[in-house]
Design a protein around this ligand. Structure first.
Ligand SMILES: [Zn+2]
Length: 480
């Protein structure tokens, strides 16, 4: 009987020997455009689920099935449970992908994985079909070599991760027994660098807010500009006001509970090799562009331990259909990265404030004292950004506690934020419930400015023990 070390060595040898096979399997899987976002064909996500199920079967995983909930992109489940009394690991990944985004930003087609300089470029090659394949290949090679596994293994490959795992709660309720495990390993995280395996043990959370500023009933000829407010400029000023000159966020109370990492964690972070120049290059920053954020914190501390804000969508009027007008409304989707200490459940005061506001608005017949519409719609469970969405013109205030909202402008905010520490559901999105004057146009959830450079795993051979194969990925991450 070979020792465990011997089995692992042989399994790694098998992985190396069959790397081309696994690579080709990944390429074939990535050719399926399994985009879970609305507006893309759901049949492709189903096709991808079936392909993943077959890959699991071929690797020796048992009782593989495509799990369904009506109206939900399918999950894939499989297991190997021949270690009675032994621990059970649940290996999580997802087979759905983001939309390809702008075609001209890709050097090769999004759904035709292409190898360049030892990396595979294509949508899903890293996030997360590459991660799924790392798990499957590890289990498959171990089974081939040893005809057994050192512990019980379950796979769950989700089909709607990229749209915020909207039905995960329902799924867990329905398939609770299948999900029972002693621990979970996710492959949907970042790897530090080629040759530097990484284990992700903490991720920032996310809180998204949609804000709409409306100042006019209809577009107006720009000849009237001057006295007539421009909602686009107002929105831009509001957003600009969320950031201080020194790089910190200008949101009162935001940092009050932000936990500082412990001395041991900081020491580990500071020990990691770091080249700002390489980071900038890998991130696609243009020459001369400076790093952002709080300069008193290191780059990794800023990225891993500090809250941060991104405008992930900004909508006014496209160049193509623009005309010489002040447009009536503008919308933005703001995304706040949260860190330990920031408590997503602290929405109580916001609820009370909202109730207060709504009561005040009812009293005022939904019009403010100047006769303008004033509507606020905070989705339940909090507004991480509330209290600072302030218009410098003094017109728009959110949460001033006096029931005066949206003077001159209309504000809509749809908020969804996630508690820290939900292993399988670290974030979510909620689309605006209102069509709005710009029409209901859910922006495609593709990451703005994104190209394939953010989505590629290195093709180095796995060197980690089979049961602990970490995600091999140098850059890019999901929206988490
Ligand atoms: Zn992912």
């Amino acid at each position: 009987m070979a020792t465990t070390d011997g089995i692992v060595r042989n399994a790694l040898g098998d992985l190396d020997a069959r790397l081309d096979h696994w690579k080709q399997t990944l390429v074939d899987l990535c050719r399926i455009p399994s985009i879970s976002a609305p507006g893309f064909p759901p049949e492709e996500v189903r096709r991808s689920a079936q392909a993943v199920a077959q890959i699991l079967r071929d690797a020796g995983v048992e009782h593989v099935e495509v799990l369904e909930i009506p109206g939900v992109h399918p999950y894939v489940y499989g297991e190997w449970l021949h270690r009675p009394g032994g621990p059970t690991v649940l290996l999580y990944g997802h087979h759905d992908v983001m939309p390809p985004g702008r075609a001209e930003k890709w050097l090769s087609p999004a759904f035709e994985p292409t190898e360049r300089d030892g990396r595979l470029y294509g949508r899903g090659t890293a996030d997360d079909k590459g991660g799924v394949m790392a798990h499957v290949a590890a289990v498959g090679s171990y089974l081939r070599v040893a005809k057994t596994l050192p512990l019980n293994v379950k796979f769950i490959i989700e089909g709607e991760e990229e749209i915020g795992s909207r039905n995960l709660d329902r799924f867990l309720e329905q398939y609770r027994a299948k999900m029972a495990a002693d621990f979970i390993v996710l492959t949907d995280t970042r790897n530090y660098d080629v040759g530097h395996p990484a284990l992700t043990y903490q991720l920032r959370g996310i809180c998204q807010v949609d804000v709409e500023v409306q100042g006019l009933h209809q577009p107006l000829h720009s000849g009237l500009s001057g006295p007539v407010p421009d909602p686009v400029q107002i929105l831009c000023a509001m957003i600009a006001g969320l950031r201080k000159q020194n790089g910190a966020l200008n949101v009162p109370g935001l940092y009050a509970k932000v936990a500082r990492p412990g001395a041991k964690q900081l020491a580990r972070i500071r020990k990691l090799p770091l080249s700002e120049a390489k980071f900038k290059k890998d991130s696609g920053m243009l020459p001369g562009v400076r790093l952002w954020g709080e300069s008193q914190f290191s780059l990794f501390e800023r990225m891993w331990t500090r809250p941060a804000l991104t405008v992930i969508a900004l909508e006014a009027r496209p160049f193509l259909s623009s005309s010489n007008q002040i447009i009536e409304a503008a919308r933005a989707r703001l995304s706040l990265r949260t860190v330990p200490g920031m408590d997503a459940r602290e929405a109580g005061p916001a609820h009370r404030e909202e109730a207060h506001h709504q009561a005040a608005l009812r009293r005022e017949g939904n019009r403010d004292d100047q006769g303008h519409h004033a509507v606020v719609d905070h989705r339940p469970r909090g507004a991480g950004l509330r209290g600072r969405a302030q218009c410098p013109q003094g017109g728009l205030r959110q949460g001033d506690g006096h029931g005066r909202l949206g003077r001159h402008h209309r504000l809509r905010a749809a908020v969804r934020r996630s508690p820290q520490g939900r292993a399988l559901h670290p974030y979510g999105r909620r689309r605006s419930q209102h069509p709005g004057p710009l029409g209901e146009r859910e922006p495609p959830p593709g990451r703005l400015g994104e190209g394939d450079a953010l989505d590629h795993p290195p093709l180095r051979r796995a060197r980690a023990p089979a049961a602990a194969v970490a995600r091999r990925r140098s850059r890019g991450s999901c929206v988490r």
